[in-house]
Design a protein around this ligand. Structure first.
Ligand code: PMP
Length: 367
């Protein structure tokens, strides 16, 4: 029997136990085929069925309109934020793109885009990444080919609560760390992409959702595997897709449906995150969250212990005791330090309550 743990990893992250058990059951013999999904041709009837059902389920869960293509590709979030300028930079003659940089991941995406065109920084430069400046101050360029942002910054914990208004310029969004944790109006976006390894599966597959009119505009240098037109017209089968990762993601979509869909993930996300933030708020400065309450992430909650700069020995003690008690992977990203609690879809409300209890006890013992 497995020992008691709760996995709060920022990714690759916890998967629902029911999904792992089903994968285990089907590992050697997928539905009487006599082979594992890992051993199937990506062009076989059995795998086609997995691919198509997975796409249908995602379309249903996210209510994806018919004028959008859904692709399941390799390359991760990094591959896909690199593919964005390759596909969209030349939509307008200026070859300029607007980037809202609110943390590590949008900063990396902006640097990648600079290889292919001019990047306009919409927000003033900062290294702190603790808030999102008010939209009235944004420096948007109406001639931009697209506007790019990251819905949830996994390292810094900055999450957009609203979809940015771009006045008709196509909007591109990295949803790697909050996809399917809240409903979104897909019709407001030009492109949405998300790596699977946080909320919807294991590493290897990246979901890419693109509006039809943005397909077929890639730069000549765009590698075919990253070209939206090539991949969408081949139903993600231009090259071998990450077949097993697609299968696991399909199991997760079924699990989300069985739990009540995105509405229920949204509700749980709200409850779980406020359970932890409440402990921080009520701790009288023992736990310190640097983030503006208006943009605090519900899926990645960074905080310090002892003071806003963090007390190294207390944080070390917290992590050691947490690990011993079974609360795993709570260390903040190495670039910001401190603690980070990741509360993706597979982490239950009850598990968040257990961690909150541990955090309260830690105050009592260490104040
Ligand atoms: N975007 C975000 C928001 C992420 O959190 C990550 C990974 N942590 C990435 C992009 C990069 O994803 P990958 O490692 O799959 O390239």
């Amino acid at each position: 029997e497995k020992k008691f743990v709760i996995n709060f990893s920022a990714g690759p992250a916890k998967l629902p136990e029911a999904v792992l058990r089903q994968a285990q059951k089907e590992m050697l013999d997928y539905q009487d085929t006599g082979v594992s999904v890992m051993e199937m041709s990506h062009r076989s009837a059995d795998f086609s069925k997995i691919l198509n059902t997975t796409e249908q389920n995602l379309r249903e869960l996210l209510d994806v309109p018919d004028n959008y293509k859904v692709m399941f590709l390799q390359g991760g979030g990094t591959g896909q934020f690199s593919a964005v300028p390759l596909n969209l930079m030349k939509l307008k003659p200026g070859h300029t793109a607007d980037y809202l940089v609110t943390g590590t991941w949008s900063a990396k995406a902006a640097n990648e885009a600079k290889k292919y065109g001019t990047v306009n920084m919409v927000l003033p430069a900062t290294k702190k990444y603790t808030s999102i400046p008010d939209a009235s101050t944004w420096n948007l360029n109406p001639e931009a080919s697209y506007v790019y942002y990251c819905a949830n910054e996994t390292v810094h914990g900055v999450e957009f609560k609203d979809i940015p208004e771009t006045n008709g310029v196509p909007l591109v969004c990295d949803m790697s760390s909050n996809i399917l944790t809240r409903p979104v109006d897909v019709s407001k976006f030009g492109v949405i992409f998300a790596g699977a390894q946080k909320n919807i599966g294991c590493a290897g597959v990246t979901v890419v959702i693109v509006r039809d009119d943005l397909i077929g505009q890639a730069m000549d240098v765009c590698p075919s595997v990253f070209d939206y037109k090539v991949q969408s017209s081949n139903n993600s089968l231009y090259n071998t897709p990450p077949t097993y990762s697609v299968y696991i993601m399909g199991l997760v979509f079924n699990w989300i449906k069985s739990q009540g869909g995105v509405a229920s993930m949204d509700h749980n996300s709200q409850v779980k995150s406020s359970t932890i933030y409440n402990v921080v708020e009520e701790s009288d400065g023992f736990y310190c969250c640097p983030l503006d309450p208006k943009c605090r992430s519900r899926t990645n909650l960074p905080f310090r212990i002892g003071s806003i700069e963090g007390n190294d020995s207390l944080e070390k003690k917290f992590l050691e005791e947490a690990t011993k008690a079974g609360y795993l992977q709570l260390k903040g990203h190495r670039s910001v330090g401190g603690i980070r609690v990741s509360l993706y879809n597979a982490v239950s409300v009850e598990e968040a309550h257990l961690l909150a209890g541990f955090m309260r006890n830690f105050i009592a013992d260490n104040r």
